[in-house]
Design a protein around this ligand. Structure first.
Ligand SMILES: Cc1ncc(C[n+]2csc(CCOP(=O)(O)OP(=O)(O)O)c2C)c(N)n1
Length: 333
């Protein structure tokens, strides 16, 4: 898989993406990877309850897209939201607190893994109903359009959501009203245990776009720079009043669908082939090859992340639980 970024940051040619931006993309991707690994261990040790759907292997998508967003832009997410949350700017502390049911969690400890978010940084609490985030993102984009702001909304969803009516309604409305919406499909080839080909009569999710008169593009979702550049174009169109774009990002999850899924339905060779296209590995190689970072600098990044996780975990463990009476607060029906 080709990485498209050609420039050198510490050399003669002018890079299309600045060195600082490249290093910050790397930091956030690695932070998500290590966060998910830590959460996995904590679940195995029984230190967290509930269930989890993890983002291992898909890091380049959340990071590549969110790096183009402003704080006041909004995203919607799914049952697999940890990566989106970190990429949109939620702190590790607020996520650990949320996962442990602590009052300082981003949703007061009442949302848990599948419903985390924070309006302060433009993330609607995640929605675990497959396809559920799409009409809400279209609604956000409709509000921005009415208000005449240049904010955009991004809906992250899996390819399984493309079989839901909500997906089609969102595309139809967004295209009709030229809404500032970016539809980011993370096609990781399986909706739980169902292979994409068994759930979709069309081979590419991006092809769906033409039925609604909007542009659709399939990109290498494990190549953070492809995602960054494609989403930059889509966001520019949306901000400029040119309407929505559907981006299909091809990827693979390096874990089971949820905590209890060993993913035996996937051929071993398939997983091995995708592991060679690990988004972190690809980007590390790129940074080293282009002399954007040294091995030593990558090691320092790793240490910083380990430190951040350690501090946040200790903080969350010591933080008070959400009080019982808070179960009755923020309840509307
Ligand atoms: C409307 C609805 N139907 C079924 C489910 C159960 N369910 C949870 S996740 C999932 C698979 C979703 O696959 P996809 O949209 O491709 O996202 P991925 O898990 O691959 O990230 C299903 C069927 C649900 N949460 N909501």
């Amino acid at each position: 898989m080709a990485i498209q970024h050609k420039g050198k940051s510490r050399g003669e040619s002018r890079p299309p993406v600045s060195q600082d931006k490249l290093l910050s993309l790397y930091y956030t991707m690695l932070l998500i990877r290590r966060f998910e690994e830590k959460v996995h261990q904590l679940f195995l040790k029984g230190e967290m309850s509930g269930t989890i759907h993890q983002y291992l292997g898909q890091e380049a998508i959340a990071v590549g897209v969110c790096a183009n967003l402003r704080k006041e832009d909004w995203i919607t997410s799914t049952h697999r939201p940890h990566g989106h949350a970190l990429a949109k700017g939620l702190s590790v502390r607020s996520l650990f607190c949320e996962l442990l049911g602590k009052a300082e969690g981003c949703c007061g400890g009442k949302g848990g893994s599948m419903h985390l978010g924070d309006p302060e940084v433009g993330m609607l609490p995640a929605i675990a109903i497959v396809g559920g985030g799409l009409p809400l993102a279209a609604g956000l984009a409709l509000a921005f359009s009415y208000q005449g702001t240049d904010q955009v909304a991004v809906a992250f969803f899996g390819e399984g959501a493309t079989g839901e009516g909500a997906f089609h309604e969102a595309l139809n409305l967004a295209s009709l009203k030229k809404l500032p919406l970016i539809l980011v499909c993370e096609n990781n080839l399986y909706a739980a245990s169902t292979p994409f080909a068994l759930g979709s009569p069309v081979q590419r999710v991006a092809e769906r776009a033409c039925a609604y008169g909007l542009p659709g593009e399939t990109i290498e979702g494990n190549d953070v720079l492809s995602v960054y550049q494609a989403s930059q174009r889509a966001i520019k169109r949306a901000r400029g009043g040119e309407g929505p774009t559907l981006l299909e990002c091809l990827t693979y999850r390096f874990c089971g669908h949820s905590r209890s899924d060993p993913a035996h339905y996937r051929p071993k060779e398939e997983l091995e082939a995708w592991k060679k296209k690990d988004p972190l590995l690809l980007f590390q190689n790129h940074l080293l090859k282009q002399k954007i970072a040294t091995q030593k600098e990558l090691e320092v990044t790793e240490e910083k992340i380990q430190e951040e996780l350690k501090e946040a975990w200790a903080y969350a463990q010591a933080a008070p639980l959400a009080p019982l009476k808070s179960a009755w607060e923020d309840v509307y029906a």
